[in-house]
Design a protein around this ligand. Structure first.
Ligand code: TRP
Ligand code: SF4
Length: 353
């Protein structure tokens, strides 16, 4: 955290599971937003390796490589260790301790009714997710969040339910353990029975608007579809992938007009191109004035201009791998200090000290 960070600056926290090298969808849907938040907030960003084990416990062989890949992508994308605390979850054992303590007060029914729980068990049929750890996934996430007392948690729509349960757990914890005025000597009469402070303040969700980002086959860009453009994708490969990308099926011949509104390349232009280029595309496509190859070249230009600075930064970190290790170690030390301040109060509140 940078020294100019004041105590009044609001805090943001978010995490990402170590899924391996990140693609443009991960960047546009989360990471680019984290990068912008850094200028306004005191930020904590971490790699959720404990969470990876909730689904991949049977084969943890990829975890370390995935952590290294994600850490590199974080830094390449522009997360700045001078501005943000960047760390790996398991380097901060307080996450596990708070998870355990919160588990004491969490009704099973709260976890069972989280919508992602049954969905994921259904979707990941090849894995046996009938485990205690998987049921506790949202509670571990609650511990991740509450440890740092953030004001805001930026997440995608799919994670909103997890922030909601975090707020419910904070409320229950504070109801059970936060000091009330009546326990103190001489508070003003009208303070009686009110909370003096909340040990675990309720964070607010900051839903990240994620643009529709198609992969090369026209479906949503996703690792599981194999249709991604990676943050490390060389320019020549970006251009090659764009050339094979599906377009408006109505444009069979060069002379057939098309509609960028129904073309995945049109969706790319909405995200990556200037107003001027978009105008050229909408005009040219609907009148058959331009060809798809030309249009795809412009979309590739837009993507390449986003990837270039990311790849440039990556080269600097790759030239100095020790630096990445040092950044994560320093981030973990800062995170432990913050987390320990919360745990001191939590342990006292639960009469463990
Ligand atoms: N569950 C989140 C996801 O899959 C990752 C995550 C873990 C997280 N702990 C967090 C996100 C705490 C925000 C805050 O994307
Ligand atoms: Fe799609 Fe562009 Fe071809 Fe129109 S010109 S169909 S927007 S690729």
């Amino acid at each position: 955290m940078n020294l100019s960070t004041t105590n009044t600056q609001k805090r943001v926290l978010s995490g990402m599971r170590p899924t391996g090298k990140l693609h443009l969808g991960n960047y546009m849907g989360a990471l680019s937003n984290w990068v912008s938040l850094q200028s306004e907030y005191a930020c904590f960003f971490f790699i959720a390796d404990f969470h990876a084990l909730t689904t991949d416990y049977a084969d943890p062989s990829q975890i370390q490589t995935s952590i290294a890949d994600v850490a590199m992508d974080f830094l390449a994308a522009g997360l700045d260790p001078e501005k943000s605390t960047i760390f790996v979850q398991s380097d901060v054992p307080q996450h596990a301790e708070l998870h355990l303590l919160l588990s004491m007060i969490t009704p099973l029914s709260w976890l069972e009714r989280v919508p992602t729980y049954k969905d994921q068990i259904e979707q990941l049929k090849e894995k046996d997710l009938n485990t205690y750890g998987f049921l506790g996934y949202p509670l571990l996430q609650s511990a991740d969040i509450l440890l740092y007392r953030p004001d805001f948690v930026p997440v995608g729509q799919d994670q909103v339910a997890h922030v909601e349960i975090t707020r419910e757990i904070a409320r229950r914890f504070n109801f059970l353990y936060s000091p009330k005025a009546e326990k103190y000597d001489g508070p003003p009469a009208d303070y009686k029975g009110k909370f003096l402070e909340h040990i675990l303040p309720e964070p607010k969700v900051l839903v990240t608007a994620s643009p529709k980002l198609p992969g090369t086959d026209g479906r949503k860009m996703s690792k599981s579809y194999g249709n991604t453009i990676m943050l490390t994708e060389p320019e020549a490969d970006v251009r090659k992938k764009l050339k094979t990308m599906v377009t408006d099926p109505a444009r069979i011949r060069r002379t057939d007009p098309g509609n960028p509104e129904v073309c995945p390349v049109g969706d790319l232009h909405k995200v990556f191109s200037s107003d001027e280029t978009r105008l050229k595309v909408w005009e040219g496509c609907t009148t058959a004035g331009i060809g798809c190859i030309e249009c795809k070249g412009w979309a590739a230009d837009g993507i390449v201009s986003v990837l270039n600075p990311i790849q440039e930064r990556r080269r600097q970190y790759e030239a100095n791998p020790q630096l990445v290790q040092d950044i994560l170690a320093a981030g973990a030390a800062q995170a432990r200090t913050s987390a320990e301040a919360t745990m001191t109060q939590v342990r006292q509140a639960m009469r463990l000290k």
